[in-house]
Write a protein that binds this ligand. Structure first.
Ligand code: NI
Length: 172
């Protein structure tokens, strides 16, 4: 296994439409292992193949606190969404930045697993956000296109959260 270089906003691979995976190969298995390792090393909750320069419809997601439950989704298709959540979002391809993005509260996607067997991945909250965010990557879209208000640095985001808490305290 090896860490892959994470491509950053502005690089062409992040704005391309990715191609479907037709069959599982040894190369793809290695790519998937590397993507999971790269995601965990970077402390991300998801990584799409174009973020490591591979224009294939393949994402990995792990929203577990232990970082031990990676989900592999090949050729994923968003099947259903419900509700709405508005909150902070970031991307390993946009390092050091956070933006407020509204996403569905619930999302369900169909995909293939590493053995090219059909699976359903569904979830609420962070998992729903991650599913939508990662699938967007496969169509060349970044969350920065959806940000409400400014794209914040980590310091600005910490200040934003402080202000939000102060506001909530006042309301109580
Ligand atoms: Ni991302």
């Amino acid at each position: 296994m090896a860490l892959r270089e994470i491509r950053e906003m502005g690089e062409a691979c992040l704005s391309k439409n990715c191609k479907e995976v037709k069959e599982m190969t040894d190369r793809l298995r290695i790519l998937i292992e590397d993507m999971i390792e790269t995601m965990h090393a970077a402390e991300g909750v998801g990584l799409a193949a174009p973020q490591v320069g591979i224009l294939r419809r393949l994402v990995v997601i792990d929203v577990s606190e232990e970082g031990d439950s990676p989900i592999i989704m090949i050729n994923p298709v968003l099947e259903e969404t419900r509700g709405e959540q508005t909150g902070p979002e970031g991307c390993l391809s946009v390092p050091g930045k956070t933006g407020i993005v509204t996403r569905p509260e619930y999302a369900k996607a169909s995909a293939l697993d590493i053995n090219m067997k059909p699976i359903i991945v569904e979830g609420e909250g962070l998992l729903a956000r991650a599913i939508c965010h990662e699938l967007d990557h496969l169509d060349g879209h970044l969350y920065t296109e959806l940000v409400e208000g400014p794209l914040m640095t980590n310091e600005e985001f910490a200040q934003y959260m402080n202000d939000l808490e102060a506001e909530e305290d006042e309301e109580e």
